[in-house]
Design a protein around this ligand. Sequence first.
Ligand code: NAP
Length: 310
Amino acid sequence: MPRKIALVGVGKIAIDQHIPALNASSDWELAAAVSRNTVVDGIPNYTSMDEMLKAHPEVEVVSLCMPPVPRFEYARAALKAGRHVMLEKPPGATLSEVHTLAELADDAGLTLYATWHSREAAFVKAAKAWLAGKTVESFTVTWHESVRKWHPGQDWVFEAGGMGIFDPGINALSIVTEILPDAIHLKSATLDFPENCDTPIAAQLDFYHPHGGAVTADMNWDHEGDDIWQIEAVTDQGVMTLKNGGGLLLIDGVIQAGAEDGLTGEYPNLYANMSDLVADEKSDVDLRPMLHVSDALTLGKRNFVKAFNW
Ligand code: NAP
């Protein structure tokens, strides 16, 4: 029997990824949606999550697809109502609020899953396996994309808590923290804040690496042209290049065989993971990607750059 799940916050990512992934899965039945503005065809729709929870005691899992700032109150209410909770990335607006949610879930014996969709790209596991046991000499992240393409008109990304460039940059950090064999921490950062925004539009990060490797990240959200989502690792035993956000892997310049479109499995994998976590009565809340973002916002030198306009 498929597990019943409800989606809350029906915007770009719910429509692009969550609904298709759920509809294609035999593990799940999308049983209800909560949206203040949208209706999902063929299922009961609500404008209030509390009403949905009251009307659907059979809904075991709530998947929260709204931006990070409003998410905590929804997550808390769903856990208090005895439902398992799945969080879009980044899992919250602050680290402390996610710790609070993790404790609530733990105390109630419920699953909390802080998802990192980029970790589910086709070649992330292979990249991790290739790097294991090698000495990293340099590890260079380049994450350039257009905010106008991926977040058209979404003002929240430039408001406090929206994280700006770290909204996509945290995807890179979720891969870095998964595949890099060594623990790193931020040494310095430079953040470019448009003069009319609360969050940065570009960031350069420089990390401490325990074996002296040069670990850096260059992130830019005001990029025209094709997305550049790349991580290059120079090691004592060759060069690994993870391109297309983890959808393509090259070793010493040679493309590794595998998935044709390396990103299509991300959301199906997240829902398969959630199904396993609920069945195993476990949670998965890895906050390392967000720790690095938080450190960058604490330590980063701020440059003020020209105002951003859509
Ligand atoms: P979005 O379209 O701007 O917002 C998603 C939905 O959240 C809105 O349609 C709205 O749903 C709800 N919402 C917005 N503000 C709210 C508020 N103050 N209170 C309650 N609900 C609110 O954003 P998105 O692009 O889908 O991104 C949502 C999350 O997914 C973010 O954390 C983002 O990082 C992540 N994500 C986005 C992408 C992408 O390509 N855009 C990719 C991967 C992950 P209703 O109108 O239904 O109420």
